[in-house]
Design a protein around this ligand. Structure first.
Ligand SMILES: [Zn+2]
Length: 1073
């Protein structure tokens, strides 16, 4: 394997600089590069996260005075444990190497031989360019105005583009997506065109010919498998004459277990091969005594014929398109201004044979900006669209097949997990769909536990499900899976106590204590701080919690570490006592100082032996000790796009986050502050440790009841949702493609291994890619993400998602398959980076130019008929609208009085949210709800749910006699017009007249009226579709919240921003140049 060794020979020193390694630009030692380099040269294992604990430190003894939190372990801590590279398997080696011998592990915590964890490997590490700087504070990037998504430029847009196809040099400052166009004419801010008029020409069809083949005849790639006869052993049990059989419908009717919890029964799940399987007929489905329903695959098998993955995928390849003839339209946006569908926009369906597509990964989990992958980088460059993936890998799933098997089948060369898109050459050999290596089918895999038939490797769940979870054997561990550890760190300064937050949080914890994910090993602890740090001994047997105060914040030590993080079960009463008394303990405090940095250091020390989740509540700017910060916000510059502080003012929080990452600690920051708290600096603690940031501006228990409710709802989700510990994620793609930039909260440990001390089901990620080698010999490409984590029950698991997409050779096909939401989401991530590395105005220009460049490319290269107007392919009909919405989003807007912390928080959200919520935040859905009817309603579990059409975001669509609901993802806003009908007021809001609508109303009364039932059904339905609970604000005309509502009217003109039509005119003017 590769990721440790191979890059070392090539551009390791730079190639390994973390893309989120801000320090790489600022010269801090905490770059991946130097550290990794040191590791390389000394042949140290790179599985830092799993061997990074100090030798012998895994048990609960905490070397409080000896552990230096800034010990240079930073991203890895790997220098502490040396294991030979040969422990990591290379192609051709046995799948799992011998256990690493050099990790002292406590016997008491172990039950087997010393395990190791071979980390997933990169399929082509030498060719994998370094990740570029996602967060490069202070980096001086030449003022760019558009994105060069790729390495090679076909146009003179890109005067200084490197011609190197891979990034082997120090490219952090010259990350390839930030190549300036040099075309200053494109940098003009929107210029309203006075001359362009809507054009009369009707849209003409594109040059795309549905009948034309999608590409050259296949000359390589996985060949179709056909006519393969099954092993004779199967013949008696399943009518399965060949892999191409189409008579498998009965397979779908097999018993399925709908139990969403997918509980695992170890004994039966994936039994090893039945004794004597080679000589006797396999057990029949009824003969084993094991009911099928007790098996592990509740999702049930899908009818499977080994899909012809080769040439045949083309035969029906147009079927996807023929279903959507609209998709072939060319649209003049100046004529057809309302392209917003009245129902939620669906992601495009990849143009694949339906047999392949039906096995494909759910786009909610994994999608690509281009559902048709351009064959060459040149073609991608021509399209001027970004190529990347958007992932929601740990999403809560109703159904998830879980496999327990002693053999996890992976490609011996690139370590790809076997998946639905591999091809079986025969029963004994399968060909990897990422690197094309031919692998043997292990004996155990020949047995299908679902059908209990031997000789059906192609019907195994691993080959039937694009999303699957494996129970990882001990080879995937370097130490015993950690227990769930939860540490809460509370600001108890005067300011904090004033907000009253502690009461809410403690109450919420009390309410949810038994719902914390975990088992009998769960540990919990508490730290509070103001100018000093307070620990709480919760040792079993104490009559009440003991508070221990440490006033030396210069050199923090941990008193009685063994009693501070305690077993929740054993000390539950003490924990409850503490939570009940904590809010009262500091009510008289006069201490205004905040020693957040030292408190975080203490918390880190306490947790570093085990790892876990640290939840930090902070209400002000830290003022004491390390990590103290100074106000930097200048309100007079809030509305300007220049000179605002988006970069951290200190690297303390990032360094500490990297230390945390090395010890498997993630930090979630809850910032509840009415004043500037420098979230740009504080947020680093979560960003690099794979935590999350929550922000409640102006939280106050009396003055802002809505925030109180929001915190309570979000805490409930936060405390009880699924959590994965000590996780790593790797994304692989078919040979020829290469991943080069990662977005999200994590640390890039090696070229492409994301370190996620915690992973949560609400986190999203994005990556950028390029086409490194021509894909002309390839019909299909695949992408696979593998997330290895420890569950709260202490199981090591691997969640794998595989996405398969077609390769195309023409620009038209590339445009046809563009996924405008994914493109907009990826651009938003890139724009956050650009804001930080360059400036907000650069980021804004780049967003605009992304639209101009791609539509210009479409006009000049893909449109056969040059006509005036703003011609766009159907797939991109919402592109200008979404980019305009991004420009008006809190992250990137100008001309408003957005607080700096609020802007930074919005940027954090862009980076950390799954695409679906990012899009709702950016372009909310607007519905009229005062006249809901059952027409077109859907029915779910006997409930009738109205489906009002989605309206354009323009005040034109509002009227004072109506009520309008705006769904902005985490927030629902119900604006009630002044002349709203009496019926709605009384039957839904329960008030007699408009004046009686409460100033603060955050839920609807349940009235015994059909109107109330419909409205509540609709709002509940919206809420049920997301795992968190969006607060509903009822907004009167004179309410201060009305400004928030109107701010989302993306299509309207504001003082500082163009209307949608003006924006279109501007784009048209630039495109038609
Ligand atoms: Zn492979």
């Amino acid at each position: 394997m590769s990721q440790p060794g191979i890059p070392a020979s090539g551009g390791a020193s730079t190639g390994l600089q973390a893309q989120n390694g801000a320090a790489s630009a600022s010269g801090s030692p905490y770059t991946n590069g130097p550290v990794q380099n040191a590791l390389m040269s000394s042949q140290v294992s790179v599985s830092q996260g799993y061997n990074s604990q100090l030798p012998g430190s895994y048990p609960h003894l905490i070397p409080a005075k000896t552990l230096n939190p800034v010990s240079g372990q930073s991203n890895s801590g790997g220098s502490q444990t040396v294991s030979p590279l040969s422990n990591y398997q290379r192609p051709g080696q046995a799948p799992y190497g011998p256990p690493v011998a050099s990790h002292p592990v406590t016997p008491s915590l172990r039950s087997g031989p010393s395990p190791q964890m071979p980390l997933p490997t990169s399929q082509n590490p030498a060719a994998t360019p370094m990740p570029s700087g996602s967060f490069l504070p202070g980096a001086s990037v030449p003022s760019p105005s558009n994105w060069q998504y790729n390495y090679l430029s076909q146009t003179n847009h890109c005067p200084r583009a490197s011609s190197q196809p891979t990034m082997t040099g120090n490219t952090n400052l010259m990350s390839p997506q930030y190549v300036s166009s040099g075309d200053s004419s494109l940098q003009n801010n929107f210029i309203k065109s006075g001359s362009a008029l809507p054009l009369a020409n009707p849209p003409l069809p594109t040059t795309f010919q549905p009948g034309a083949p999608l590409g050259p005849p296949p000359t390589g790639g996985p060949p179709p498998v056909r006519g393969l006869t099954p092993q004779k052993l199967t013949a008696r049990t399943v009518p399965q004459p060949s892999f191409n059989s189409t008579s498998n419908q009965e397979a779908t009717s097999q018993p399925t277990n709908k139990n969403p919890t997918m509980s695992r029964s170890v004994g039966y799940s994936y039994p090893s091969l039945p004794p004597g399987y080679q000589n006797t007929p396999p057990p029949s489905t009824t003969g084993t005594g094991i009911p099928l329903s007790s098996l592990n695959y509740p999702s049930g098998p899908q009818a499977f014929t080994q899909t012809p993955l080769g040439a045949n995928h083309l035969t029906a390849s147009m079927s996807g398109l023929s279903l959507h003839p609209e998709g072939l339209r060319v649209i003049n946006l100046l004529q057809e201004r309302n392209m917003l569908p009245s129902t939620p926009l669906q992601p495009p369906v990849p143009n694949l044979h339906e047999d392949i597509q039906k096995l494909n990964c759910n786009p909610e989990l994994f999608r690509c900006t281009l559902t048709s992958i351009p064959q060459t980088q040149a073609l991608l460059n021509k399209a001027k669209l970004p190529l990347g993936l958007l992932l929601h890998p740990f999403k809560d799933l109703v159904q998830l097949p879980v496999v327990t098997s002693s053999t996890i089948v992976r490609c011996r060369s690139c370590r790809t997990y076997i998946n639905p898109f591999v091809s079986f050459l025969d029963q004994r050999r399968w060909k990897c769909n990422l690197c094309y290596r031919v692998n043997d089918v292990p004996e155990e895999f020949m047995y299908n536990p679902l059908t209990r038939v031997y000789g059906e490797p192609h019907r195994r769940p691993e080959v039937q499900n694009a999303t699957i979870e494996f129970m990882a054997p001990s080879e995937y561990m370097l130490r015993p899976p950690q227990p769930p550890v939860y540490l809460f760190v509370f600001d108890v300064s005067h300011n904090a106590i004033e907000t009253g937050y502690l009461n809410s949080v403690c109450q919420s914890l009390l309410d949810n204590l038994d719902l914390l994910p975990g088992n009998t090993r769960t540990k919990i602890g508490f730290i509070t701080f103001d100018s000093t740090i307070h620990f709480y001994s919760l040792q079993e047997g104490l009559s009440q919690p003991q508070m221990l105060i440490v006033s030396d914040i210069e050199d923090v030590f941990i008193p009685m570490p063994e009693n501070l993080l305690v077993n929740l079960n054993e000390s539950k009463e003490l924990v409850q006592d503490l939570l009940k008394t904590l809010p009262q303990m500091f009510t008289k405090t006069l201490e205004t100082q905040s020693a957040l940095g030292p408190a975080l250091q203490a918390a880190f020390k306490l947790m570093s032996p085990t790892g876990g989740r640290m939840s930090v509540f902070q209400t002000q700017l830290p003022t004491l000790g390390v990590g103290a910060l100074k106000p930097r916000e200048e309100p007079s510059q809030r509305s300007s796009a220049k000179e605002i502080h988006l970069t951290p003012s200190t690297d303390f929080y990032k360094k500490l986050a990297l230390d945390c990452s090395g010890q498997q600690v993630a930090v979630d920051l809850f910032l509840l502050s009415g004043q500037y708290s420098d979230l740009a600096s504080l947020g680093c603690i979560s960003r690099y440790s794979a935590g999350s940031v929550y922000y409640y501006p102006s939280y106050h228990h009396q003055h802002s009841p809505v925030q109180v409710q929001k915190l309570q709802k979000e805490l409930q989700r936060y405390l009880t949702r699924k959590i994965g510990f000590e996780a790593v994620m790797r994304i692989r793609c078919t040979k020829g493609l290469s991943i080069h930039t990662f977005h999200g909260n994590f640390f890039v440990r090696s070229t492409d291994l994301l370190s996620l001390p915690n992973v949560n089901p609400d986190a999203g990620y994005a990556v950028q890619m390029s086409v490194e080698e021509s894909l002309t010999d390839t019909q299909l490409v695949s992408f696979q993400s593998a997330l290895l984590y420890t569950s709260s029950k202490g199981e090591r698991r691997i969640r794998v998602h595989t996405l398969c997409l077609p390769v195309v050779s023409t620009l038209n096909e590339v445009f046809l398959g563009a996924d405008v939401q994914a493109i907009s989401g990826l651009l938003a991530n890139m724009a956050v980076d650009r804001s930080v590395t360059a400036s907000l105005s650069d980021a804004r220009d780049a967003l605009v130019n992304a639209v101009i460049d791609s539509l210009s490319a479409y006009r000049s290269s893909a449109l056969s008929n040059q006509q005036s107007g703003l011609m766009v392919p159907f797939s991109l009909r919402l592109f200008p609208l979404f980019v305009l919405a991004l420009l008006k989003q809190k992250s990137f807007q100008t001309g408003t009085n957005a607080r700096l912390d609020e802007r930074i928080f919005a940027m954090c959200q862009v980076k950390n949210q799954p695409l679906v919520y990012l899009m709702l935040t950016t372009h909310p859905s607007l519905y009229r709800v005062d006249n809901l009817s059952d027409e077109g309603a859907i029915s779910i579990n006997d409930r009738t749910i109205p489906q009002p059409p989605i309206l354009q975001l323009s005040v034109e669509k509002l009227s004072r006699d109506g009520a309008f609901l705006m769904d902005a993802g985490s927030v629902l806003m119900l604006w009630v017009g002044r002349n709203c009908g009496q019926n709605f007021l009384s039957q839904v809001l329960g008030v007699e007249n408009y004046a009686l609508i409460p100033q603060t109303m955050t839920d609807l009364p349940e009235l015994d009226t059909p109107e109330s039932a419909r409205t509540i059904a609709f709002i509940s339905w919206l809420r049920e579709q997301r795992p968190f609970y969006p607060i509903l604000y009822v907004i009167r005309d004179e309410s201060p919240m009305k400004a928030n509502f109107l701010q989302n009217m993306v299509e309207d003109r504001t003082e500082s921003a163009l209307s949608y039509y003006e924006f279109l005119l501007h784009i048209q003017q630039q495109v038609n140049k």
